[in-house]
Design a protein. Structure first.
Length: 407
């Protein structure tokens, strides 16, 4: 073959039309092969995606009502509130959008009957109640003024002073060691608290005998005898070991049998007993002015409308409560009304507290999930006077120290 012929042959193949023709001829149409496993896998991914986008009620009563509409059991063996909510989510994720809307956004078959538990009502109180509210208002205004003055002084501190104080605090924490250990009760210890002078400790245990201890020597100062059931909480009066006499009210305690006793520091017998509650009293708290005492108790044993903890605002103007319905509430003591509703938790609230600047520690109320706490149930939290440190204890037999800026 001549050189010219060879050149023409390759030249004809190099044209654009020829290349396109070859590419078209090389294509092959393949029918898709239906795979049942693939289809099921895609359907499961779609169901999970829809489940994540569902907005479900946080109230366990409403969750049970939705399950009843689906002809499902409202409670399974060993199932808690969160498990029940996730079961409802899984059931709804398999339904169409219209069916989901019908279940979640209609109240057919359920008519809420107004009664004393669901209707807010007010009655005229005695003059002593009005006098107490006026005294609380006067006290809280003075405390608020003092708190704002301290806040302005702290804000005016130079940055290097704040940095130095932070370094000193971290150094002190790293040097913490066990000071002493003492068997405080013949049964589990449920609660302990430092006195206002930080030199004494009060403990409450399941033996029903609260005790006051000296911090330095860990020696028992006095053991109180009176409760016939487990004692869940014992607290010092705000003036104990400061201005209160030993024979005056210095300690208050509560028990699972509904009793609340007031104690002095020179007698193991109670000074007085408050009106007995119908069920377990879980926590109590003194008002900052020392003239009032609040109790949190289970209206019915482990029912959703039971209150587990109560804490007074540092100024004394409002109170914070947490209950087994997964909600927190802020109450204005000067009017007796709920002024703030705290939602977002999916588990029972067993402990609540205030930050020293007057804000409720909303994210610390119970499950502590938002700051990396474990799954174990958190039973108690406490906040340092400067608001920078938080300590928590849980059912995993540990207590942890948290810093406000490094949750």
């Amino acid at each position: 073959m001549s050189e010219e012929g060879t050149s023409k042959k390759f030249g004809s193949l190099a044209t654009l039309e020829a290349v396109k023709a070859i590419q078209v001829c090389e294509r092959m149409e393949v029918d898709p092969i239906e795979s049942q496993h693939e289809a099921e896998l895609l359907a499961e991914f779609e169901r999970r995606r829809r489940a994540r986008t569902l907005t479900l009620p946080t109230d366990d009563v409403q969750v049970k009502l939705k399950l009843r509409k689906l002809n499902q059991p409202i409670c399974l063996f060993g199932e808690d509130i969160l498990d029940r909510r996730e079961r409802l989510r899984a059931l709804l994720s398999t339904m169409t959008e219209d069916e989901v809307a019908k279940i979640l956004h209609t109240e057919e078959g359920f008519v809420e009957k107004p009664d004393e538990e669901t209707t807010t009502w007010y009655h005229r109180g005695p003059m002593s109640l009005r006098a107490a509210r006026v005294a609380i208002a006067d006290f809280s205004l003075r405390r608020a003024k003092e708190r704002l003055i301290r806040a302005r002084e702290n804000a005016a501190r130079p940055p290097h002073e704040k940095a130095l104080a932070r370094q000193e605090a971290h150094k002190w924490i790293q040097q913490l060691n066990l000071h002493a250990s003492q068997v405080a009760d013949s049964r589990p210890v449920a609660f302990c608290e430092f006195s206002p002078d930080s030199e004494h400790i009060v403990t409450a245990g399941w033996s029903g005998q609260p005790s006051v201890w000296r911090r330095e020597t860990c020696e028992r100062m006095i053991r109180y005898v009176g409760h016939q059931s487990q004692s869940g909480c014992a607290r010092f009066h705000p003036h104990a070991f400061i201005s209160a006499d030993l024979s005056e009210l210095n300690v208050a305690s509560c028990a699972h049998d509904g009793t609340v006793y007031l104690w002095s520091l020179d007698n193991e017998k109670p000074l007085a007993e408050l009106e007995k509650h119908e069920a377990r009293v879980s926590r109590l708290a003194f008002h900052p002015n020392g003239r009032h005492l609040a109790t949190a108790w289970y209206l019915r044993f482990f029912m959703e409308n039971s209150v587990a903890d109560v804490a007074f605002h540092p100024d004394g103007s409002v109170a914070l409560t947490g209950g087994l319905d997964c909600y927190g509430r802020v109450w204005d003591l000067r009017t007796g009304r709920c002024i703030m509703f705290l939602d977002g938790h999916t588990k029972e609230l067993y402990t609540v507290d205030w930050l020293p600047n007057g804000f409720p520690s909303v994210n610390l109320i119970v499950d502590m999930v938002n700051i990396g706490m474990p799954v174990f149930q958190v039973m108690c939290v406490d906040i340092s006077p400067n608001g920078k440190w938080i300590i928590s204890s849980a059912f995993d037999r540990t207590f942890k120290l948290w810093t406000q800026s490094e949750y």
